[in-house]
Design a protein around this ligand. Sequence first.
Ligand code: HEM
Length: 243
Amino acid sequence: MFTSSIGKKYLMALSGLVLIGFVFVHMAGNLQILMGQEKINAYAHALQSLPLPILWGSRLFLLAAVIIHAITAYQLVKENRRARPNQNYIETTKRAGLASLRMGLTGSILLAFIVFHLLHFTIRTIYPEYSEMMTVVGSPDSNEIHDVYSMVLAGFQHTWISVFYIVAMFLLCGHLAHGVSSAFQSLGFRSENWRGKLELTAKAYAWLIFTGFSIVPLLVLAQNWGIITIFDITASTETLASN
Ligand code: HEM
């Protein structure tokens, strides 16, 4: 079933729903940075201390969702092109073609963003010194833990990185605004009756995700420009960030 066009649509929608859910949970987790160093560090430490099968099981599940989503999307676009090679003049087909072109483009940029993001904050090869940022703030037992608070603040001290994240979140917003209602349609949940409501909900969800993610780099930029003071940016964070 999963090799047919319908099957691929289901797979693309289901993997999309997994990612739609993930971004919400990740965004809500990240927002704890606004509650201070202790809160976000304790949260990140609790996640990293999950039993290995659960931690790696969820990572692999997420990775599988990204891979399945990207591959089925690519295959469906190719199939659609092959299926209607000379109907491009029909207005609706043209519009659908444009939407899928936009989704393909934003999806590919988001894939590149995810690779950069993992190298930046998880694998930490872009700034290896982030791995040495340790603290007891947020630690459950006074042993040193990774200082995610200072790492994120150091990360966003670079204006180009903050701007890159905000632009990527804007593209994610566009991808979700179309993708959320599309996923429900593929799964058969979009009737003509509440099509409008679903599209509105999808747009609201997309903007919520954009706001929740972008607020962190935006506030760091605002603090650096002297507009507000929210974060505890220590001299050592600044030194690390200027490297
Ligand atoms: C301003 C936006 C974002 C911030 C500040 C942020 C922050 C972080 C941080 C700090 C980590 C590492 C956690 C740790 O070391 O404990 C992380 C991991 C991760 N982020 Fe983000 N993130 C953002 C946006 C996103 C987006 C939009 C996506 C996906 C579309 C994403 C996907 C991931 C993934 C897959 C991981 C790896 C999780 C793991 O280690 O298992 N992030 N993020």
